[in-house]
Each structure stands twice: as C-alpha cells, then as structure tokens.
Design a protein around this ligand. Structure first.
Ligand code: TYD
Length: 206
C-alpha cells in the first residue's frame, strides 16, 4: 500500500554497493526537476533511531530476534514520524535501505524466515511498501573491499552470510519485478544514475 500523494523510493543492496552515491544523484536530479525531496536512511534517521542504530551496529552482541526487533522498531518510528508525513505533503521520499534489508539480513541471513520478517516490517509500518526499490547488485567481496572504515556488526557477518543476503535480495526482486529495478553496481556511476532517473521519471509522469 503506498501513500497516494508522494512517491516512495528505496535503495537496497550489499554494503559498499554505492547506494549513497546513487541516492544523492537521484535527489539532485529530482530537485532539478522542481520536486521536493526528502532524503533519509535506515537504521537511525531519527533521535530514537540513532540510539537503536548504535545498539544494533556497535553495541553488545544480540541474538537474531532482538536484532530483527531493533530494526523493526527503528522502521516503525521512522515511517510514522518521517516517511508518512513527507509522503502526505506530496514529497518524493528516498530512503537508503528499507524493509527488504530486514528480509535479506534478518529473514534469510540470520535464518528467521523471509515471510516472518516481512510480516513484522509490514506490521511495524502499517503496510507501507515503496513504489520503487532500486537494488544495486554487487559481489559482496567487491562491496566489502570498498569499505575503508571499521566494519560494523553486520559487515563482520562473513562470506557465506553476505553471499546469502545477496541472493535473498535478488530472489525478492525476481518475485516482485514491478516494484524492483535491479542494476549491476559495477556499471559506471553516471549510467546507473541515468537508468534510475528514467524509471523514477516514468513513475512521476503517471
Ligand atoms: P547502512 O547504514 O546502510 O550501512 P552501509 O552504508 O554500510 O550499507 O546499514 C547498516 C547495516 O545494517 C548494514 O550492514 C545492513 C544492516 N541492516 C540490516 O541488517 N537490517 C535492516 O533492516 C537494515 C535497514 C540494515
């Protein structure tokens, strides 16, 4: 269920796939088109979210269910306090990660079950799905090599964990081709940006 007035776009993919670069490029393009854009991210783009982000990424080790609930709590508050109000104002909301990350990392990567985790996030958000999800697909070895800072708890998950989550994103995209735009993240930045802008332009023209 999307909110009629605005447009909701999420970016997904492994760590180091270039999501933040493409998020910024899309925001710049939309602003140039005269659109009001709200750029946001998960986890952690609210005051409560910052506490939850620190806990889940840099806190003590937690079991998978606790981890899933921390992401879901962040998402519930993010949607209620940031995303839905902006969509209601007619803005284009672009989020760096959303519920597909939970399905891939907690549902499949941590083995809690894709359906269970999707249901948890849908409950948390009152059923809010993006109008478009851009999946920047990249071999996890290449993605993690691009990260220069200290890896967080999820990034330390190991090769098998990252291969599994990559496949989980691809499976999800294949099951819902209307919502997903899957792109090869090794393509030049400008090519990727052009493809994303074209798809978003089509959605806005509808
Ligand atoms: P993020 O800040 O997007 O990190 P990066 O810029 O490195 O992609 O996300 C932090 C980590 O949280 C990332 O490893 C993916 C993970 N994550 C989940 O496991 N589940 C979720 O629901 C979300 C939103 C993120």
């Amino acid at each position: 269920m999307s909110v009629a007035a605005g447009l909701f776009v999420s970016f997904e993919g492994g760590d180091g796939a270039g999501k933040s670069t493409q998020v910024r490029a899309l925001a710049d393009w939309l602003t140039g088109q005269g659109r009001t854009v709200l750029l946001t991210f998960e986890p952690g783009d609210t005051e409560l979210g910052r506490t939850l982000r620190a806990a889940v990424l840099h806190g003590e080790d937690v079991d998978p269910r606790t981890e899933a609930l921390l992401y879901a709590t962040d998402r519930a508050h993010h949607v209620a306090s940031v995303v839905r109000p902006a969509l209601a104002r007619g803005e284009v909301v672009i989020t760096d990660r959303y519920l597909d990350s939970s399905v891939a990392y907690q549902g499949v990567g941590r083995g809690l079950g894709a359906q269970t985790i999707e249901q948890l996030s849908l409950w948390a958000t009152g059923g809010l799905l993006p109008d478009l999800t851009v999946l920047l697909d990249l071999d996890p070895t290449a993605g993690l090599a691009r990260i220069t800072r200290e890896p967080d708890r999820l990034e330390r998950g190991g090769d098998e964990f990252h291969a599994t989550t990559r496949q989980a994103f691809l499976d999800r995209a294949a099951a819902d081709p209307g919502r997903f735009l899957v792109l090869d993240a090794t393509r030049p930045v400008a090519d990727l940006a052009a493809q994303i802008a074209q798809r978003v332009g089509q959605l806005l023209a509808r």
